[in-house]
Design a protein around this ligand. Structure first.
Ligand code: FE2
Length: 144
């Protein structure tokens, strides 16, 4: 699970950097940070989802508890939505980096905040699930 925890740390760092950009709108934009995040975000998100598909979601998907199987389905739906939204965020970051934003500063800030706040909630929920799984003995068969 170490790789997954590292992925979460990376995603939360990206959220913090997106928040800094949102806070800097509209007048104090760091173009280099925007360009770097535009490149980094989609790959980091994909790597996190890949790691979850390897280390977390199979455990939930085969659980005897329907609630945990439902959690796996919901997380996968959220991943698909986050991937679509990440591409929109990428476009906004590239526009900010090249000073070609067509959105208002308020609209771009709202878009960034909606994304990173949703991502923080998602990661927090997954970290809670991992903590719960760690406290459920696998020998009782309740989740494995
Ligand atoms: Fe996830």
């Amino acid at each position: 699970m170490d790789a997954l925890y590292r992925s979460y740390d990376h995603m939360l760092d990206i959220c913090n950097r997106l928040e800094s950009i949102a806070d800097s709108l509209p007048a104090h934009i760091d173009a280099l940070s925007c360009a770097a995040l535009a490149i980094e975000l989609p790959d980091a998100l994909q790597r996190t989802h890949d790691e979850e598909e390897r280390a977390l979601l199979p455990i939930l998907s085969v659980s005897k508890l329907p609630e945990l199987r439902n959690v796996a389905s919901r997380l996968r739906r959220e991943h698909a939505l986050d991937q679509v939204n990440a591409m929109e965020i990428r476009e906004t970051l590239l526009a900010l980096a090249s000073n070609s934003l067509t959105l208002s500063g308020d609209a771009a800030g709202y878009q960034l905040r909606a994304f990173f706040e949703s991502l923080r909630r998602h990661v927090s929920a997954e970290q809670d699930i991992l903590a719960l799984l760690g406290h459920v003995p696998s020998s009782n068969g309740s989740v494995h």
